[in-house]
Design a protein around this ligand. Structure first.
Ligand SMILES: [Cu+2]
Length: 645
């Protein structure tokens, strides 16, 4: 029985977590600080493991080159792309070539160095593609996926036995953002194990070409290692275009630049991709073999979009304000320093405070004018960050009062709701009453970079968001450009600090609007630990069971959903008995959907970490309803609604 109950969770964990990272996070009682001992590469203590390589060791394998996806692979002859790809063993340095790396299987264009991501295939629609594939591995079969015409409902694969060479030809098919990938072994589907770095972009441009863009490919490698050798328990490489933060490519647009990005998730895990400080429009969402390009006017504006395994997104945004910003995966375990390879932290300079790693891209927008509007009287808010014990859990949480009492609910997660007004200049002073440093990010808000809360990084107007040390405080200025549902949360060692309770909801009201908690409801999903063992470890508004909600026939209730758990995607739906009831999807990430994008839905899209979504519920029949927040059919949180006339 226990096993049956756990099965859905095990499934959920497998799908959304890199193995090992959640456990290693849980073992860390406090934030991951750099150790007191620092090494040079020559003096670094070494672990002997067939997959771990050190740059000063002798190696017979070629060095992987990080592929920034600016140059398509192959050569075009008479509208046919001639491509020669080879699967090889290689040495892959995901931070710098002076730090530990991994021995992994990768793809090279014949005659060139292997690359991660795999060489980009990019042609115009109507082109033919002729690929020669070679498997140089002596003992492993390789299966290629995605080398076929688009769109397609069925996935073709090409299997190469050790030493095999094969030739295939196919038409490009329809324009779009796709991917191809290979796996070690003989497999019926495109992803599963994470023993390789074998995914690449596959772009088909329209006949007259695409506007200038950049292509990002996410790859994941993860293999277990004995915890007696390395306490994190896994050797991981989570990379964007072949590099891991802080060594990912930096972007330096000017104010006013329009950026078009294609994001290809070649990994087997979902990534909620979050842009700081700005919203972006989703131009398309695709898979290995099919792309959906949205018509003008139907391109949703968001700050976070979950890209599912072996899926793609293209996006566009305007760099409308100067400063330092991030585009990153919001899944805490994909940006945690726990995913760094052994020795990386020890090689950091003593004055660097790494609190992120993995899937993070920095954006440095050059000095220029700002698009922000602030007007009306100033508002000041005090927030205190506290630590306390509840049962066996060490918890943290925000409160309005400095006198936190553990036996009241006032300090527990989520932090207090901040009801703010559009355009009102709002100053929030955060006082750190905890024993470790923190920093607060105002997720989804358009604001000045210096107030964005990425510690020792967010910078503008000569000011910077600091690491707020124990006993210290810092005042952030919030600018509130849009009414909607937002989040505040720690942006320091997220996997630990967010899971321990340092998060809360923000509602921004339109000018002149008032907040009516009887009609306007927020639901914040988070976890009690980084390692939940049952659904009771998932928190909805800080607890598991929710009080019954009451509504009258014909009333319009607003349901605001916030996902700030360390990992996992949920759907929201309303049921009456066992039948789904339509609710209206009205806003995403604090951005009202234009009327033509509002839809009546029986189940929301998957909403991942760092996503918010608003719905309207207008009951038309009396009776008992259930509002459901679901990881899957069994693993879900419910709230009873009683509707009377
Ligand atoms: Cu991710």
């Amino acid at each position: 029985m226990i096993k049956l109950l756990l099965l859905p969770l095990i499934f959920v964990l497998f799908v959304f977590m890199p193995p090992g990272t959640e456990k290693s996070s849980a073992r860390r009682a406090a934030i991951a600080c750099a150790p007191d001992t620092y090494y040079t590469l020559a003096g670094l203590p070494r672990i002997k493991h067939p997959r771990l390589v050190y740059p000063d060791d002798k190696s017979d394998y070629p060095l992987v080159v990080a592929n920034d996806n600016t140059i398509p692979a192959g050569k075009l002859f008479n509208n046919t792309l001639e491509l020669n790809l080879e699967v090889v063993w290689s040495d892959f340095y995901i931070e710098t070539n002076q730090r530990p790396g991994l021995r992994v299987v990768t793809i090279a264009e014949k005659g060139n160095a292997p690359t991660v991501p795999a060489p980009m295939i990019r042609v115009k629609t109507g082109a033919r593609i002729h690929v020669t594939l070679h498997n140089s591995l002596k003992d492993s079969t390789i299966t290629f996926f995605g080398l076929q015409k688009r769109p397609s409902a069925t996935s073709d694969s090409v299997v190469l036995n050790p030493g095999d060479t094969k030739d295939i030809s196919f038409d490009s098919g329809e324009p779009g953002t796709y991917l191809y990938r290979a796996r070690i072994g003989r497999w019926p589907y495109a992803y599963g194990n994470e023993e390789e770095q074998l995914g690449g972009a596959f772009i088909v441009d329209p006949k007259f070409g695409s506007k200038p863009d950049r292509v990002f490919v996410v790859n994941i490698f993860s293999t277990p290692i004995d915890t007696s050798l390395f306490k994190n328990g896994f050797l991981d490489a989570l990379t964007i275009n072949g590099k891991s933060w802080p060594y990912t490519e930096a972007f330096t647009p000017s104010v006013g630049d329009t950026l078009r990005w294609r994001v290809v998730n070649a990994s087997g895990r979902p990534h909620p991709m979050h842009l700081h400080g700005f919203n972006y429009h989703i131009l398309s969402l695709g898979t290995l073999l099919k792309d959906s390009i949205f018509k003008p006017g139907f391109e949703k504006a968001v700050v976070t979009q979950t890209i599912l395994p072996a899926s793609t997104m293209s996006m566009q945004w305007v760099a409308s304000r100067p400063g330092n910003w991030l585009f990153h995966c919001h899944l805490s375990f994909h940006v945690s320093t726990d995913i760094r390879l052994p020795g990386m932290t020890e090689l950091d300079q003593p004055d660097t405070k790494q609190h992120m790693a993995g899937l993070v891209v920095p954006i440095y927008i050059k000095p220029g004018p700002s698009d922000l509007i602030s007007k009306g009287p100033e508002k000041e808010i005090s927030l205190f960050a506290n630590e306390y014990m509840t049962g066996k859990y060490k918890r943290n949480g925000f409160s309005f009062s400095s006198f936190f009492k553990e036996d009241t609910n006032t300090l527990s997660a989520p932090g207090p709701l901040l009801v703010l007004k559009q355009y009102q200049p709002t100053y929030v002073t955060v006082t750190n009453n905890m024993s470790f440093a923190t920093s607060v990010h105002w997720h989804g808000l358009d604001l000045d970079s210096w107030a964005d809360g990425v510690p020792d990084f967010s910078t503008s107007d000569g000011k910077m968001s600091p690491s707020i040390l124990p006993g210290e405080k810092f005042t952030y200025k919030l600018t509130l450009m849009r009414p909607g549902t937002f989040i505040y949360h720690s942006h320091m060692n997220d996997a630990h600090q967010v899971a321990s309770g340092l998060y809360g909801p923000i509602i921004v009201l339109k000018e002149g609007e008032t907040y009516d908690p009887r009609m306007d409801h927020y639901y914040v999903v988070a976890w009690k630990t980084t390692d939940p063992l049952s659904i009771q470890d998932v928190e909805l508004n800080g607890s598991y069971e929710q009080p019954t909600q009451y509504a009258r026939l014909g009333e319009i209730h607003r349901i605001r959903f916030v996902n700030i758990a360390p990992a996992g995607e949920m759907v929201v739906k309303m049921m009456k008995d066992s039948t789904p009831v339509s609710i209206k999807f009205i806003a995403k990430d604090g951005i009202d959907l234009p009327a033509r994008q509002q839809t009546m839905i029986k189940e929301s899209q998957l909403l991942g970490v760092g996503e918010t979504a608003d719905f309207e519920f207008k009951p038309l029949k009396p009776g008992t309803y259930t509002l459901k927040f679901m990881y899957d059919e069994q693993f879900c949180l419910n709230q009873k609604w009683v509707v009377t006339d």
